[in-house]
Design a protein around this ligand. Structure first.
Ligand SMILES: Nc1ncnc2c1ncn2[C@@H]1O[C@H](COP(=O)(O)OP(=O)(O)O)[C@@H](O)[C@H]1O
Ligand SMILES: [Mg+2]
Length: 245
């Protein structure tokens, strides 16, 4: 891990009103590193992404690209180079694929925007071929590709994906997750929230497991016995075992 990671989170706490969901979260992501955030339903994965991208208030420090990100300020997070693709492939179904992407680049100078829309489309030939079709005509998997492509239009330094494979067939899951590999090769850091542990581990460098609102495990994706350790961490056994056995 380089001395100054792209993202460095310390002591992050967040929740909804009086309900505390996340307690004292610490994590780092290096520049160009792909990291999976795993954990059972209700662990707080979506809440953590929201707190990082400024959609939800939090306490604690979030340093990104060498600067402290202000609390609950999504514009500042986007301006600093974060993109957050929210759960459930939200796209504008009555707009064309191309217009969905232009909207994602709202605020960019026109020439840069057109170029970045083309680059985002280049990741997904399936939807590039349908650029003039309304998003409603896309399959679920293609809508998910469009949602990921929307996140790419801003050329983020860190792309956060919240369960991009949810509801997709295995083949489409592989297509969507292949984008993570491509991004990493191009130097974009990724924080991938996934339920499909094996598939996530195959495309990332490192994993964190979140359970009951706390980080219970951190490991390199290449470590032996990771699936068993994750399972134990999810259910509370071995949560205090050393990270490197
Ligand atoms: N808008 C909300 N208001 C109150 N509680 C919420 C809200 N969204 C999520 N929660 C609660 O926060 C906890 C973590 O949820 P979430 O971050 O969505 O988990 P995950 O993404 O890991 O499945 C759950 O107990 C959930 O019920
Ligand atoms: Mg979630």
């Amino acid at each position: 891990m380089p001395a100054d990671p792209l993202l460095q989170v310390t002591g992050l706490t967040a929740g909804y009103g009086k309900i505390v969901v996340l307690r004292d979260i610490a994590l780092t992501i290096g520049a160009g590193e792909a990291v999976a955030l795993l954990g059972p339903n209700g662990a707080g994965k979506t809440t953590l992404l929201r707190a990082l991208s400024g959609l939800l208030p939090r306490t604690g420090q979030v340093r990104f690209g060498g600067q402290e990100l202000p609390n609950a300020n999504p514009r500042a997070s986007v301006a600093a180079g974060m993109a957050h693709v929210v759960e459930g492939h939200r796209v504008f179904t009555q707009l064309s694929v191309f217009d969905n992407l232009l909207l994602a680049g709202y605020g960019l100078p026109r020439a840069a925007r057109d170029k970045q829309v083309q680059e985002a489309l280049a990741f997904f030939p399936e939807i590039a071929a349908k650029r003039n079709d309304k998003a409603v005509t896309l399959s679920g998997g293609q809508q998910q590709m469009l949602a990921v492509a929307q996140g790419l239009v801003a050329k983020p330094r860190l792309l956060m994906l919240d369960e991009p494979s949810a509801g997709l067939s295995p083949v489409l899951v592989d297509r969507v997750l292949a984008a993570v590999t491509q991004l990493r090769q191009g130097g974009t850091a990724v924080l991938l929230v996934e339920q499909l542990i094996e598939k996530a581990v195959a495309v990332v460098d490192r994993v964190y497991a979140l359970a009951r609102g706390a980080i219970v495990l951190e490991a390199r994706a290449s470590e032996a016995d990771l699936a068993n350790r994750l399972e134990r961490a999810y259910f509370g056994e071995g949560a205090h075992a050393p990270l490197d056995a």
